[in-house]
Design a protein around this ligand. Structure first.
Ligand code: PEP
Ligand code: MN
Length: 338
């Protein structure tokens, strides 16, 4: 059930509704919007009786939810969620650029790439300290040492740190050193991890699983929100298909498809989405044209020496050009989407 409050509902009227929900042994999710506050209810197995709420002061209507998701939907919040980290936003007016190496390899490497990212005007630095590698013999990341380097980058350049947690212990550590927790494609349905990040105070960047349908991806986001963390960013990163010309098939139709259902920001990762550096810029342009709120881009100052994903890493010069082009396209679209 979803309770829509009147535009002029008072704080205490909202609290009273939330209290009744809690007293019923259920969980209220109060989401203030631009024009009204809505309260999502989770924890109920069967349908609830709307008359219980409809007579309460300040309530405009109580709506039964028939879809599988309750909190990610535009029914709950008709305007887009803007994830804010200080003065940096994802889903706001600015195109969000999250860039950096696949993995943190050393202090020198991270700083060299961060310099480039900073110069481009991007607000977010990515880099894995814990890497989900197909082979157990491949470079697994520097672990906590990598997170300490990321924290230094944050300090030196003022960039917000986006980094992946492979497990719950990783979340504990990122809460200490980072700004946004990335849940990788391989972990999109790791439900205990989703619940753990749902209890974090940090925003979560949720990558689409490589064989996940739109509903599965959105329900993974729902897991996070149901625990009380409403700062979720969806990231399309390509899916497995029969295509051999690219590492994955970047599903840009996912962007408008998400937009039609959810208020959550959606960004695109054309690096993992293609696996080939020469495809990254064209697909980044297309992603922005398709309405993405941001881009996640892998950059390396020496792609040929990268310890992971070197073939999809852009050089600093290629990256700078991409950012300029992506911003130009975004500017062009701004009046249309506003
Ligand atoms: C990454 O961002 O480096 C990564 C491992 O991504 P994905 O989970 O999309 O494969
Ligand atoms: Mn990578």
């Amino acid at each position: 059930m979803l309770i829509v409050m009147k535009a002029d509902a008072t704080e205490s009227e909202i609290e009273a509704v939330a209290r009744v929900i809690t007293e019923m042994g259920l969980r209220p999710h109060v989401l203030p919007g631009a024009h009204r506050t809505a309260i999502g209810i989770t924890g109920n197995q069967g349908p609830l009786d709307p008359t219980r709420f409809e007579s309460m002061p300040g309530v405009a209507e109580a709506i039964r939810v028939t879809k599988p998701y309750k909190l990610i939907t535009l029914d709950l919040r008709p305007e887009k969620t803007v994830v804010r980290l200080g003065d940096a936003t994802i889903g706001g007016e600015e195109l969000a650029i999250i860039a950096g190496p696949c993995a943190v390899e050393s202090r020198e490497q991270a700083f060299a790439v961060a310099e480039v990212v900073r110069r481009s005007g991007a607000r977010f630095f990515r880099g894995g300290a814990f890497k989900p590698r197909t082979s157990p013999y491949a470079f697994q990341g520097l672990g906590e040492e990598g997170l300490k380097i990321l924290a230094e980058v944050r300090q030196a350049y003022g960039l917000k740190i986006v980094t992946e947690a492979l497990d719950e212990h990783g979340v504990d550590l990122i809460e200490r050193y980072g700004d946004v927790i990335q849940v990788g494609a391989r972990n999109m349905q790791n439900f205990s991890l989703l619940k753990r990040v749902g209890r974090s105070h940090l925003p979560v960047l949720l990558k689409r699983g490589m064989a996940a349908t739109l509903d599965e991806w959105l329900l993974a986001a729902e897991y996070i929100m149901a625990e009380g963390n409403y700062n979720v960013i969806l990231c399309e990163r390509g899916i497995r298909t029969f295509a051999q010309h690219s590492r994955n098939t970047l599903d840009l139709a996912a962007v408008p498809a998400v937009r039609r259902i959810s208020h959550l920001p959606v960004i695109v990762d054309p690096s993992h989405g293609t696996g080939k550096s020469y495809m990254v810029t064209p697909l980044a342009r297309a992603a922005v044209a398709a309405g993405a709120d941001g881009l996640m881009i892998e950059v390396h100052h020496h792609p040929e020496l990268a310890l992971s994903d070197g073939s999809q890493a852009l050089t600093p010069a290629q990256y700078e050009q991409l950012v300029g082009e992506a911003r130009a396209i975004y500017e062009l679209l701004a009046p249309v989407s506003a």
